[in-house]
Design a protein around this ligand. Structure first.
Ligand SMILES: Cc1cc2nc3c(=O)[nH]c(=O)nc-3n(C[C@H](O)[C@H](O)[C@H](O)COP(=O)(O)OP(=O)(O)OC[C@H]3O[C@@H](n4cnc5c(N)ncnc54)[C@H](O)[C@@H]3O)c2cc1C
Ligand SMILES: C[S@@+](CC[C@H](N)C(=O)[O-])C[C@H]1O[C@@H](n2cnc3c(N)ncnc32)[C@H](O)[C@@H]1O
Length: 587
C-alpha cells in the first residue's frame, strides 16, 4: 500500500493532537483503576508509544493499568519498526522496550505485558474483517488510524462501525485524522455522534466521535462475562505450573494471592519433573485450534523470558510417523510462524527460541509474594464466594468437579546427571530428550491411569530407554554410565485435547437451561455459573505452554480486562463447552 504510517516531521505531535487530545486524554483516565484503548492499525506502534508515554506521566494510581488493543493486517518486522521509530529519540526508552519484545509474525492474538509499568499490549494480527469480529473487549477510547480512506477503504468500511460500537464502554471517545464523508456517514449510521474539529498540519480538520449509550451485552452462553465487582484478592487451589502462572499474573496486577495445595510444597505432582520442554505445536490448517496453540506458545515465551530456571534452546523435531512427516512438510511450505522461529532440518523441523524449563526453580520464583498454605486440601464446601477461587488442581480437579470427565494419563521420565556439561539442546519425536548442563532427561510414557500412585515402573523405563536409542544413541551410551532416576506423574486430559480455562458453570442448572440444544435448538441464554469459581486445567502434555496464557485469560475475565484471545478461542477452552457438547450429542 503506498501510504505513510505517520508524517516524518510531525508524527508524534499528530499522535498527541489527533488521538490523545482527540480522545480527551489524559483527563478521561483520571481516577480510573484501568483504562482500555482500541486502535485500528498498529503500524509502527507510534500511537501506542505516545499513549504509554502519557500514561507514564499521568498514571492515575501506582496500581492502575493501561490496556492497549490494536489490529494489524501487515505486521512490520522488528528491524523495520526499529528504523521507523528511531525518528523519535524523545521516546527511545519506550521504543526500545517495545522493540525488545516486538510481536512475532503470526496470525492470531499476542499479549505483551510490562508489569512494572502497568501496561499491556494486545495485538490482533490478520485482516480487519476477520480479526475485529473475533475480538472480545470494550474500549474506553478508540483510535481510528488506517491509511487514508481513499487508499485503504477496508479500514474504513461501514461494516466495521457496528463492531466498534459493540466494543465500547459508557462514555467512550473516538478520534481520527480523516473527515471523509463516507466515514462520517458510516459512523453516524452506527449510532455515533460525529464532530469535525480543527485539524493538524496539512489536514485542516479531524473528527472527534462520541457514543452516549453503551451497547447491550449479548447472551453469555459460554460464561465469559466478568463478575460485577473487581476483587483485590484471589484464592488459587494447586501449586503446579498452572497455579504458579496464575499467582504471578494476579500478583503483578497488584492483587493479594492465597495459594492452597494439599501437598507438602509446590510442584509435587505433574509439574515437578527436573526439566520440562516448551515447544510449539504447529498445525497445517488455519483453524481456531491451530491459532490458539500458537497464541499460547508465544505468550509462554513472552512470560518466561528472563526468569530463573528458563533457558532458550533449539528443538529438533523429527516426525514420529508418516502422518507427522506430511504435516511437517505442509507446515514448512507455509509456515504459520516467522522464519526466525522455524527452519527445515535434515529430517523434520527445527524450532528456534523454544525453552527448557527447570520447574522447581521457576515455580518457586513465580510464587514469590503469594501467601502459601501447604498440606491443606480444598473441598467445594469450603468455598467463600466473596473471594474468587481458581481451581488449578491438575487431575485433582476431577474429584472436585466430577462432571468434567478428565482422564488421567500416567507418564514417566528418566533422568541422570552425567559427567559432561552440554549446551541446552532438545530432540522431540513423540518422545523427547533434553540436555541442560550436566542434566539429561528423556521420556515420556503415556499410558492409562488406574487412579492410584502414580507409581514408577520398569516397563516404562524400558520404553523410555528404547525411545532414547531412537532419538540419540550417543546419549544412550552416556546414560548407561550414569545413575538413572525416574519420576512419574499424571496428566489431566480432556476429550478434545484443549485445556479448561474459564468460569465454572453450575452443571445441573446449565443442563436444564440448555436442554433444547439436545433437539438442535440454539438457546440464547446466559450460562449459569457457580459464583466466584473459575478453573485452569486439563493441560494434558503441554502444561508449561498453557499456564501463562491461562493466567492472562483468567486475569482478563476476573478483573474485567480485555481478553488476550479471540472469542472463538475463549469458547473453545471454556468449561461450559463440555456441557454444550454433551447436550449436542444428546447426552
Ligand atoms: C512424565 C511427564 C512429562 C511431562 N513433560 C512435559 C513437558 O516437557 N512440557 C510440558 O509442557 N508438559 C509436560 N507434561 C505435562 C505437564 O506436566 C502438565 O500438563 C502440568 O504439570 C499440569 O500442571 P497443573 O498445575 O495443572 O497440575 P499439577 O502440577 O498436577 O498441580 C496440581 C496441584 O493441585 C494440588 N491439588 C489437587 N487437588 C487439590 C485439592 N482438592 N486441594 C488442594 N490442592 C489440590 C496438587 O497437590 C498439585 O500440587 C508432562 C507430564 C508428565 C506426566
Ligand atoms: C496509518 S497506519 C497505522 C499507524 C500506526 N497507528 C502507528 O502508530 O504507527 C495504518 C495501518 O493499517 C494497516 N492496515 C491496512 N489495511 C488493513 C486491513 N485490511 N486489515 C488490518 N490492517 C490493515 C496497515 O498495515 C498499517 O499498518
Amino acid at each position: 500500500m503506498d501510504d505513510i504510517y505517520f508524517s516524518r516531521q510531525s508524527g508524534l505531535e499528530e499522535t498527541r493532537l489527533v488521538f490523545l487530545k482527540g480522545c480527551g486524554l489524559p483527563e478521561r483516565w483520571k481516577g480510573r483503576g484501568s483504562f482500555t484503548v482500541g486502535e485500528l492499525g498498529f503500524g509502527t506502534g507510534l500511537n501506542f508509544l505516545g499513549t504509554w508515554q502519557l500514561w507514564r506521566g499521568t498514571r492515575p494510581t501506582p496500581k492502575a493499568w493501561l490496556h492497549f488493543i490494536s489490529f494489524e493486517g501487515f505486521p512490520l518486522d522488528r528491524e523495520d519498526a526499529a528504523r521507523a521509530l528511531s525518528a523519535w529519540p524523545e521516546i527511545s526508552e519506550l521504543s526500545d522496550k517495545l522493540i525488545e519484545r516486538w510481536p512475532e509474525r503470526a496470525l492470531g492474538v499476542q499479549r505483551i505485558v510490562w508489569p512494572e509499568e502497568g501496561v499491556t499490549l494486545t495485538l490482533h494480527t490478520g485482516d480487519i474483517s476477520e480479526t475485529l469480529p473475533a475480538s472480545r473487549f470494550a474500549a474506553d477510547a478508540w483510535f481510528l488510524d488506517g491509511f487514508s480512506p481513499a487508499k485503504n477503504p477496508q479500514m474504513w468500511d461501514k461494516s466495521l462501525w457496528p463492531m466498534v460500537q459493540q466494543r465500547c464502554t459508557d462514555g467512550v471517545s473516538l478520534s481520527t485524522f480523516t473527515v471523509a464523508g463516507f466515514v462520517r456517514r458510516g459512523l453516524a449510521d452506527a449510532g455515533f455522534d460525529v464532530a469535525k474539529v480543527e485539524g493538524f498540519g496539512r489536514k485542516r480538520e479531524r473528527l472527534e466521535v462520541r457514543l452516549n449509550e453503551a451497547p447491550q451485552p449479548a447472551p453469555d452462553v459460554y460464561g465469559l462475562r466478568s463478575p460485577d465487582d473487581r476483587p483485590n484478592r484471589v484464592r488459587i487451589i494447586g501449586a503446579g505450573i498452572a497455579g504458579a502462572c496464575l499467582a504471578r499474573t494476579f500478583l503483578d496486577r497488584g492483587l493479594e494471592v492465597e495459594m492452597i495445595d494439599a501437598a507438602s510444597g509446590p510442584a509435587k505432582h505433574a509439574s515437578g519433573n527436573p526439566l520440562a520442554l516448551v515447544m510449539p505445536r504447529l498445525d497445517a490448517g488455519d483453524t481456531v485450534q491451530a491459532r490458539l496453540l500458537i497464541d499460547a506458545y508465544l505468550r509462554a515465551r513472552q512470560f518466561y523470558a528472563g526468569r530463573p530456571g528458563v533457558t532458550e534452546t533449539n528443538v529438533l523435531q523429527r516426525p514420529k510417523d508418516e502422518r507427522e512427516a506430511a504435516r511437517i512438510a505442509k507446515v514448512l511450505a507455509d509456515p504459520p510462524l516467522g522464519l526466525e522461529n522455524l527452519e527445515a532440518a535434515v529430517s523434520g523441523q527445527l524450532h528456534k527460541q523454544a525453552l527448557i524449563l527447570e520447574p522447581e526453580k521457576l515455580i518457586a520464583h513465580l510464587l514469590e509474594g503469594a501467601e502459601t498454605r501447604f498440606g491443606e486440601k480444598l473441598h467445594l464446601s469450603d468455598l467463600n464466594p466473596e473471594v474468587p477461587t481458581i481451581i488449578a488442581a491438575g487431575q485433582g480437579a476431577q474429584d472436585l468437579l466430577p462432571w468434567l470427565g478428565l482422564t488421567g494419563r500416567l507418564g514417566q521420565v528418566e533422568f541422570a546427571d552425567v559427567a559432561v556439561d552440554a549446551p541446552p539442546s532438545a530432540i522431540a519425536s513423540g518422545h523427547y530428550a533434553l540436555a541442560l548442563g550436566q542434566t539429561r532427561l528423556w521420556g515420556a510414557t503415556f499410558e492409562a491411569w488406574d487412579g492410584t500412585g502414580p507409581d514408577l515402573s520398569e516397563a516404562a523405563r524400558a520404553t523410555n530407554m528404547a525411545a532414547l536409542e531412537e532419538l540419540d544413541p550417543y546419549w544412550r551410551q552416556a546414560a548407561k554410565a550414569a545413575e538413572l532416576q525416574s519420576r512419574a506423574g499424571v496428566r489431566a486430559t480432556t476429550p478434545d485435547r484443549l485445556p479448561l480455562i474459564g468460569a465454572v458453570p453450575d452443571e445441573a442448572a446449565a443442563r436444564e437451561i440448555f436442554d433444547g440444544v439436545k433437539h438442535g435448538q440454539a438457546i440464547e441464554a446466559d450460562a449459569p455459573l457457580v459464583g466466584g469459581l473459575f478453573m485452569a486445567g486439563g493441560f494434558g502434555s503441554r502444561g508449561f505452554t498453557w499456564g501463562p496464557w491461562a493466567g492472562e485469560i483468567l486475569a482478563g475475565q476476573i478483573l474485567e480486562e480485555p481478553a488476550p484471545a479471540t472469542e472463538p478461542a475463549l469458547e473453545a477452552v471454556s468449561p461450559m463447552r463440555l456441557i454444550l457438547r454433551a447436550l449436542k450429542r444428546g447426552g
